[in-house]
Design a protein around this ligand. Structure first.
Ligand SMILES: NC(=O)C1=CN([C@@H]2O[C@H](COP(=O)(O)OP(=O)(O)OC[C@H]3O[C@@H](n4cnc5c(N)ncnc54)[C@H](O)[C@@H]3O)[C@@H](O)[C@H]2O)C=CC1
Ligand SMILES: O=C(O)C1=N[C@H](C(=O)O)C[C@H](O)C1
Length: 269
């Protein structure tokens, strides 16, 4: 038995699930103790390493999340909103740190995490990378410094399998811009222009989403005036970036007081 924190990965067969399994296996600070997939998935019952096309890892994929969580110190969860809500209750029951990378959660779904946060440590972020979290800080600073003569537009690009828009990262950046301006994002958000939209409203924060091929994740925050443009950009070129951030969060969460945290807390930004 290892003394290292044991990690369970949910959504084990997913793009991020597989990257997270490789990242945990490569780490000397934690150990893989479980892999969860949804009921009926053809990986359930198989060794997760073999299911990924490699050597056996001695961890069978299960659809019994609570049983898996009961052997773990942390759950890293990049799945889908309803699944993440269900996992939050189970992680609280098992007293596991719950690292949530899932995006596309509604405000109502996010509010439903609160009871679990009273019993365990939840770390949730639309983007687990240092680069994007730094960009979020910079976005707030620039939005504070420039008045609304500058139109703010957030443009994001992702692979063709992504199911939510705007991306979680784009919304994080939009929130930061709104905070910098001293307004509420919900009051100024303009997503999905199409048809006769009318002229742009001064003070709005616009969002546009590109979907294509294998783009890992690209975000621009543009501040556009009649005379110049300030453009802040982050380009992710490999999903390991997000997985390493999530593992860092799982380790940071060990021994922390129950509550809801984000990557800014983990990174000390
Ligand atoms: N916060 C961050 O840094 C990042 C967040 N993401 C987010 O992570 C999520 C997953 O992204 P991908 O891996 O690309 O998607 P994916 O579609 O490849 O994987 C999702 C996985 O979750 C599984 N799943 C769904 N419901 C489940 C349930 N009830 N129980 C167990 N497993 C279940 C699916 O079977 C699938 O294997 C998305 O919301 C995405 O936006 C992705 C990359 C970085
Ligand atoms: O679905 C993805 O792939 C990604 N999702 C996150 C988001 O919605 O911002 C983070 C990253 O950009 C990749």
């Amino acid at each position: 038995m290892s003394n290292l924190p044991g990690i369970v990965i949910t959504g084990a067969s997913g793009r991020m699930g597989q990257m997270l399994i490789k990242t945990v296996m490569a780490s000397d600070k934690c150990t893989l103790v479980g892999a969860v997939e949804r009921e009926g998935h053809d990986w359930v019952g198989r060794d997760v390493g073999e299911a990924m096309g490699g050597a056996a890892l001695g961890v069978l994929v299960t659809d019994d999340a609570l049983e898996a969580f009961s052997h773990a110190q942390a759950v890293i969860d990049f799945t889908a909103p309803e699944a993440t809500l269900a996992f939050s209750a189970l992680a609280a029951q098992a007293h596991c740190v719950h690292v949530i990378g899932t995006t596309g959660m509604s405000d109502t779904q996010i509010a439903k995490l609160e009871p679990a946060g009273r019993h365990t440590t939840i770390i949730r972020a639309g983007n687990m990378s240092l680069g994007v979290n730094l960009l979020t800080k910079l976005t707030k600073m620039v939005a504070q410094a420039l008045d609304d003569e500058y139109d703010i537009e957030v443009v994001e690009a992702h692979h063709n399998r992504k199911v939510d828009a705007p991306s979680g990262t784009a919304l994080m950046l939009g929130e930061a811009a709104a905070e910098g301006r001293g307004v509420k994002l919900d009051d100024v958000r303009e997503s999905g222009r199409d048809g006769i939209t009318g002229a742009r409203k001064q003070g709005d924060i616009g969002f546009s989403a590109i979907r294509g091929g294998d783009i890992v994740g690209e975000h621009d925050v543009m501040f556009i005036s009649g005379e110049d443009r300030v453009i802040l950009r982050h380009v992710a070129t490999d999903r390991s970036l997000f997985a390493k951030g999530a593992v860092k969060a799982a380790l940071w969460g060990q021994g922390k007081k129950p509550g809801e945290y984000d990557m800014m807390d983990v990174l000390g930004l």
